[in-house]
Design a protein around this ligand. Sequence first.
Ligand code: BG6
Length: 457
Amino acid sequence: MKNKGIIIFGGTGDLAYRKLLPALYNLHCLGLLPEDYKVVGVGRRDYSKEDYIEIIRKWTSEFSRLKYTDKDFFEFSKRIIYYQMDMTKVAQYRNLLADLDYVNGRTESGWTYYYAVPPKIFGFITDGIRLAGCPLKGAKVIIEKPFGDTMDAAEYIYKNLKQCFSQENIFFIDHYLGKEMIINIMTLRFANAIFGGVWNRNFIEKVEINAFEEVGVGTRGGYYDKSGAMVDMVQNHLFQILSIVAMERPTDSSPEAIKAAQTKLFKELKDIEDPHKIDQLLVMGQYKGYLEEDKIDPESTTETYVALKLGIENDRWRGVPFYLRTGKKMGQKKSEVVISFKSTAGGAQSNKLVIEIQPDEGVKLDFNIKKPGTENTIEKVDMDFCQSCVLENRQNTPEAYERLLMASMDEDRSLFSQWNQIEICWKYINRIMEIYHRFSDKLHVYEPGQEGPLNNF
Ligand code: BG6
């Protein structure tokens, strides 16, 4: 079925303005959207179409990856439709969909419904669509994380969605899966004998996966205070990176094989052996000043920093610690995977492979050589491949949302999360959080702009 357009619920929200609409503008400029493809923003605000287009122009000119031009935007704006409604009123969906999806005589749909709203609205949208007699066969739905505030809520959301959309048309988006260097991890591992051969516990000492941000919660306090860093970042983005770093080689390159390899890995996460020692596995922190942020409960104990030490129970990884760390208001924005190899006999320093995800994209490997000169001393040198230093690479690398919107149009599911993974990760995180609240509950307050709480477990 031809892709007809996208209906963005939450069309006046931060995500739509900063990410989705600029991504769609870029796809338009690259000629990747079908000619008559429409972009429908749905929001509560009383905007005319012209008001909405003007707002999008402002955000797009600021956030578009490709150069903004009035000419391109004028063409792009012809695709845009604004629809004002209260998304919690299920009866209002009939009017919206009558014009778009629910046209007499039509049996199939090429529309994609994008839920860019907090999870508490998901149910209203799904019910509204269903009560309006939609979606028709073939319609897709893209769901933003978090998939519910709790495991029960996530289960409910999924059950509800399945009554409305066919399972293969439900796309759980995790925008980290659209990042260039995260996709690149598989090539790095499986297309290089020098890495593939040593990617195991015989050679690797530890693995660190970090995603640090300079920003705080900003305008998203209402949502964030209920989720915290564990649900906002660890349970989805960091676990997805972990699974790609640690999974076995997929049996082939199909999305199904990749997902199966990731899911197997999630099932092999080591359970917490001694709950009394949770402090040796988990450190949680909150930045100083968080309690004064907009829409934050002044007595909130929500974590803005997590450091989690994990193990994997399989032959490849038994005994190798994996450290997952994320935090807001840190010294710098940086996401990376750091693989530390074991030291060799003779006292030389261990090798390190760093996969830089953002803001720089690249791969660094350090190794030991003999220091030039007459003395036989060893020194460490770096091989540094900076992918994003080359302008052409930067220009050719699509933003994560561009890639993911395209992937959903092409029905490439390898770049999306899937329900059984979400379920396993929720369960694992729930267990850790229960143990933490019962046996520790320590929340370290840390200074903004620094390295977060001490976590050298
Ligand atoms: C989102 C989280 O999924 O990812 C945000 O909800 C976080 O809290 C963001 O800021 C980070 O994304 P990126 O692409 O800037 O690393």
